[in-house]
Design a protein around this ligand. Structure first.
Ligand SMILES: C[S@@+](CC[C@H](N)C(=O)[O-])C[C@H]1O[C@@H](n2cnc3c(N)ncnc32)[C@H](O)[C@@H]1O
Length: 159
């Protein structure tokens, strides 16, 4: 299985870099994992609604350029479907069974994801009603994907 994570902006803090590389290293035993960072759109702190939409659209186009037509896309969205770790694992397993082996997870930038990206998504998933900064979301996501593989293999880790 190939897992691609598309994110907006560069990972800055060392502690995130270390955490994410630890889980991507562990994940390599189960899947090919690739993290694609697309540039964020520079914008002032205060934005009108239409300026905010334009920022998301520009970032959205960069995200979509990384997604191939045969990719099954999970968009991370606060208002998406809330799943347990077991449900995420089950869905990944089901996709593999149906031959959908190219999965892309998308994390938005500081303003979120454009409508275009959300429409491309096959599934919108939420990690709860809390808003996480996108860099922390990346760490949580790689841990949850790793956890999903451990659950599917019945290997110790998951509690
Ligand atoms: C800082 S948040 C963006 C907040 C923006 N107001 C929104 O509603 O999307 C950056 C990205 O992290 C992801 N994210 C943050 N919290 C999340 C959550 N609880 N569940 C799923 N994704 C989340 C989403 O992909 C989001 O686009």
């Amino acid at each position: 299985m190939q897992i691609q994570i598309v994110t907006v902006g560069k990972l800055k803090e060392k502690y995130f870099v270390q955490g994410i590389s630890e889980y991507t290293k562990r994940l390599q035993a189960y899947a090919k994992i690739k993290i694609m960072e697309v540039p964020d759109e520079k914008a002032p702190e205060q934005l009108s609604e239409s300026e905010g939409r334009q920022v998301k659209e520009k970032e959205g186009k960069r995200i979509l350029a990384q997604i191939k037509p045969d990719h099954y896309v999970f968009a991370l969205a606060i208002n998406g479907q809330m799943w347990s770790s077991e449900q995420l694992a089950e869905n990944i397993e089901k996709l593999a069974t149906y031959g959908r082996s190219q999965l892309t997870f998308v994390i938005g930038g500081s303003l979120g994801l454009s409508d275009e990206v959300l429409s491309r998504a096959d599934q919108k998933i939420s990690f709860g009603k809390i808003t996480y900064p996108h860099q922390l979301m990346r760490l949580i996501l790689v841990e949850q994907v790793y956890r999903a593989f451990k659950i599917n293999r019945g290997e110790p880790y998951h509690k």
